[in-house]
Write a protein that binds this ligand. Structure first.
Ligand SMILES: NC(=O)OP(=O)(O)O
Length: 277
């Protein structure tokens, strides 16, 4: 078993193995029969939680949901985990502090799967890249642009670029730049030559200057796509017209969350054994 906390904990071929499991998800029917996945999600999560719950149900498993504040008990986390592993086969955690996930992983012999922290969002990145792998000629040769401030989604894109080795540029005021990525503060210059434009909600002082519009997307490479991280806000980081245009990859793009999160659970519970199935 292996936890799924950072993409950079995995070799590229291991991440592609998760894609392979997702491609063949029908072969894993009943994989979670008799198994329980304990999930910690705040009420704000819609997409990640629904797709995890549905994915566990379709694999024959049971999910039990707690609010993440349950992990803030006075009881030592090691003791919570020591008991939990008696009945759970994996845990899925959305929590601000990634250190808590690392501590849970060290305290249990079951996988801990990161469903968003203040540092990253590895399941969402895997789903986006899997979806892109299906619609782009070679998604690793595309030029990626992240429009937004340093935050969990921007850092998640950097982590994904490091793990999969693709080219990523950021566009934001210099004060919001992410260490280790080129920042082109002028969005008009930054978008030129890009294939995949990603956004996150951003601080109010970025709103107008950095709003991705249809006119701006027309300055990117032909066949460029806009992949905003939901929840996105029309009229803030993205214009109404760009969301209603063909540049927006659409709601169905996130359909892959279901398969990919199922594949992550399978991979993490089985580890290398799945490669021999
Ligand atoms: N993007 C994302 O993680 O969506 P939810 O917060 O709705 O799960």
């Amino acid at each position: 078993m292996q936890s799924f906390i950072r993409l950079t904990d995995f070799k590229k071929e291991e991440l592609f193995e998760i894609f392979r499991i997702a491609d063949n998800i029908e072969d894993y029917k009943g994989f979670l029969n008799g198994k329980t996945v304990v999930m910690f999600f705040p009420s704000s999560s819609i997409r990640t939680r629904v797709s995890f719950e549905k994915g566990i149900y379709l694999l024959g498993g049971q999910s039990i949901l707690f609010d993440p504040s349950t992990l803030d008990k006075k009881e030592d986390l090691k003791d919570v985990c020591g008991y939990l592993q008696n009945w759970a086969d994996a845990v899925v955690v959305r929590y601000k502090d990634i250190d808590l996930l690392d501590r849970m992983s060290k305290s249990m012999n079951i996988p801990v799967i990161n469903a968003l922290t203040d540092d990253n969002h590895p399941c969402e990145m895997m789903s986006d890249l899997y979806s892109l792998s299906k619609i782009r000629e070679d998604f690793l040769k595309d030029e990626y642009l992240f429009v937004g401030a340093s935050g969990n989604i921007g850092k998640a894109w950097k982590e994904a670029a490091d793990a999969f080795c693709f080219s990523l540029t950021q566009s934001c005021p210099d004060k919001y730049s992410i260490q280790g990525i080129e920042n082109i503060a002028d969005l008009r210059k930054a978008i030129s030559g890009k294939d995949i434009v990603c956004t996150d909600s951003f601080p109010k002082d970025m709103a107008q200057e950095y709003q991705v519009t249809k006119e701006l997307m027309e300055m990117a490479n032909s066949n460029a796509v806009l992949n905003p991280c939901p929840p996105f806000y029309r009229g803030e980081e993205v214009s109404e017209d760009v969301i209603d245009s063909d540049f927006f990859v659409g709601y169905e793009f996130k359909h892959s969350l279901l398969k990919i999160q199922q594949a992550i659970l399978i991979y993490c519970i089985c580890g290398m054994q799945v490669m021999n199935l």
